[in-house]
Design a protein around this ligand. Structure first.
Ligand code: SF4
Length: 357
């Protein structure tokens, strides 16, 4: 069982365009991430680990370090092995092998291979077109910085491309309640911020902003220079405000189901606990241990008093019995449980984490 301890807040020196959207939703999450040296307090989804490999492969393809099917397969294997080694070293061997723990692992690999074809076309282009992969850009005041996946520069056009390994569009509802698909707002703002960084470093705005998904579909993001400038100012103001909250020791967070659901710093967030007090909708439970049972098959269940409810949590391994039994009446928080069909009954899953309060 882990304990969060005292939180030592640290100022955030710089934010990246990809971090900006999450910070807009809840800046306190970024402060917690900084305080814990960006080491999440809850397990990261195995999908995110595969996403890292996919992104790395896209980077290598656009750098033309991988050109053939054979090179692709060898490198993909090597990258997966590397990430699986890291998972084992960090105590997350529960996600190894990755292909057993990520949905659509094979499909994603096949989709990724389609990018090889594009890379072959790129290398055949005339010398007038430059392909610049993975270049770092930072605002002059050093407050915002990030790597642009790919820049394609020709005589009359500068295109900034950001690769995404997940869905690029989302359902949007108009005033009449009709739904339509549009590019995710967070991705649009991220690209516009990259456009500003490019301008700040080169004195020129790109002419085109694009998002490319795993199946090589390209989505164009409309933009104006004013918009990009405004988003940069907004990001800068947010960074200053967030850092000021440390000086003033007055923190604000924005707890909500959508913001907190995937927040890996929930165990350290008092706002979260306050907001979701007695509400277990996110499958986290906080309460006092009031009983422990070890069954003949070795499985252990515990009983938690949460507000006025008695909650049962099943599926702990036998070695946890002693710990829970010697900590009766202690307050604990359990994250990432599975809700069972019967009310007030939960079970432990691979990613369940237990923290002392
Ligand atoms: S748990 Fe929710 S409120 Fe707390 S930092 Fe994370 S997103 Fe923000």
């Amino acid at each position: 069982m882990r304990k969060v301890g005292k939180i030592e807040y640290k100022k955030i020196a710089r934010i990246s365009p990809s971090q900006f959207y999450s910070m807009t939703n809840c800046a306190y999450k970024s402060l917690l991430a900084e305080a814990f040296d960006k080491k999440p307090l809850l397990p990261i989804s195995p999908n995110a680990y595969l996403g890292t490999v996919l992104h790395k492969m896209l980077e290598l393809i656009s750098k033309k370090e991988i050109k053939t099917d054979i090179e692709f397969n060898e490198r993909f294997e090597a990258e997966i092995l590397l990430i699986e080694k890291e998972l084992k070293q960090t105590g997350y061997d529960i996600f190894v092998p990755l292909y057993m723990n990520v949905r659509d692992f094979g499909i994603k690999k096949i989709q990724l291979k389609k990018h090889l074809k594009g890379a072959a076309v790129q290398s055949n282009q005339s010398g007038n077109i430059k392909f610049i992969p993975e270049q770092w850009f930072e605002s002059k005041d050093k407050t915002i910085g990030g790597k642009i996946d790919l820049i394609i520069e020709s005589e009359n056009e500068i295109e900034i491309i950001d690769f995404k390994t997940g869905a690029i569009t989302e359902d949007i509802f108009d005033d009449n309640g009709e739904s339509y698909q549009d590019i995710k707002r967070e991705y649009q703002r991220q690209l516009k911020l990259y456009a500003y960084l490019f301008y700040d470093c080169t004195g020129k705005y790109p002419t085109k902003l694009s998002l490319v998904d795993l199946s090589k579909q390209k989505f164009n993001v409309e933009f104006s220079k004013q918009e990009c400038d405004m988003i940069f100012q907004e990001a800068k103001a947010l960074l200053i405000k967030t850092n000021n909250s440390i000086d003033n020791a007055i923190f604000h967070a924005n707890p909500s189901e959508s913001n907190c659901k995937y927040c890996l710093y929930r165990p350290a967030c008092s706002f979260y606990f306050q907001h979701f007090k007695g509400n277990n909708s996110l499958n986290d439970v906080c309460g006092f241990i009031i009983g422990v049972i070890k069954y003949q098959n070795g499985n252990v269940s515990i009983f938690i008093r949460n507000e006025n409810n008695k909650i049962t949590i099943t599926g702990f391994s036998a070695d946890k019995y002693e710990y829970f039994n010697s900590n009766l009446n202690k307050q604990i928080s359990l994250f990432n449980l599975r809700k069972e069909a019967t009310e007030f009954i939960y079970s432990v899953i691979k990613t369940t984490a237990v923290y002392e309060c």
